[in-house]
Design a binder for this molecule. Structure first.
Ligand code: ADP
Length: 246
């Protein structure tokens, strides 16, 4: 469903992705773990072209995109590719001047050209799904971090993406608010939403992921089921990482 082939990305002289080859399955949850600076977020951002890889290929659903050094991608090609993904950010990134429901409607109206009525209907369904039916008319600053992030998830889902990408969705939250966000993600996983999640929540990864990818220094070091990666790997770098975080 998502195939990443020989993906390379540099920032100036810093090689951040050094040939990533990974396949992710439709309807499954993949979690990317690894030390800080190992390239997890960059890989995730490459999947929706917030970062443009230097070379390699990504196939997502029916769209394939090849990155050729010093060749600019066509805007149209980028837009159609990006539309297949929904991104949930660490810092929520909600529009502060729009209410919760308007945040969920905005992209539907502007990007997908849905009518206001249709966008509102979809937003109401999603508000209910994330447990915030009664908070639609509130502004982001009137909501807790956990509630804002649940709106962030609803906003990403409103675009009917093929895959939801999460960039450390709980790491800006107070500990007592983490659970409510993870619960929404767990429900989505159960429903068969395709998700790729960068997270430090190891218990969540262990319980919910179908696939765990361990990155270190810009390469994929381990890739397997939670059981294989967490409980049966002898990779010293992975063991060192797990010892530190668990
Ligand atoms: P991780 O998510 O595993 O912590 P990142 O993908 O965020 O790692 O970052 C990998 C490396 O790339 C880090 O050294 C980081 O400083 C660097 N980096 C990330 N984004 C940029 C950028 N836009 N410009 C320059 N360097 C960057």
């Amino acid at each position: 469903m998502i195939t990443i082939e020989k993906l390379y990305k540099k920032f100036d002289d810093l090689e951040v992705l050094k040939g990533i080859d990974v396949t992710l399955e439709k309807g499954k949850t993949a979690v990317i773990i690894g030390p800080s600076g190992s390239g997890k977020t960059t890989l995730l951002r490459c999947l929706n072209l917030l970062e443009i890889p230097d070379s390699g290929k990504i196939t997502l659903g029916t769209k394939k995109i090849e990155f050729i050094p010093s060749t600019k991608l066509k805007t149209r090609e980028m837009m159609t590719f990006r539309k297949q993904t929904g991104m949930v950010f660490q810092g929520y990134n909600l529009f502060p001047h729009l209410t919760a429901i308007e945040n969920i409607m905005e992209g539907q109206i502007v990007v997908l050209k849905r009518s206001k009525e249709e966008a509102r209907k979809k937003a109401l369904t999603l508000l209910e799904k994330v447990g915030l039916k009664d908070r639609g008319d509130m502004y982001p600053h009137q909501l807790s971090g956990g509630q804002q992030q649940r709106i962030g998830i609803a906003r990403a889902m409103a675009m009917d993406p093929e895959v939801l990408l999460f960039d450390e969705p709980t790491s800006a939250l107070d500990p007592e608010l983490v659970g409510e966000v993870l619960k929404v993600m767990k429900d989505l996983a159960k429903e068969g939403m395709t998700m790729v999640i960068v997270t430090h929540e190891m218990k969540f990864a262990h319980d919910v992921a179908d696939q765990v990818i361990f990155m270190d220094q810009g390469i994929v070091m381990e890739n397997g089921t939670p059981d294989e990666v967490f409980d049966h790997s002898n990779n010293p770098r992975l063991l060192q990482f797990l010892n530190k975080v668990i």
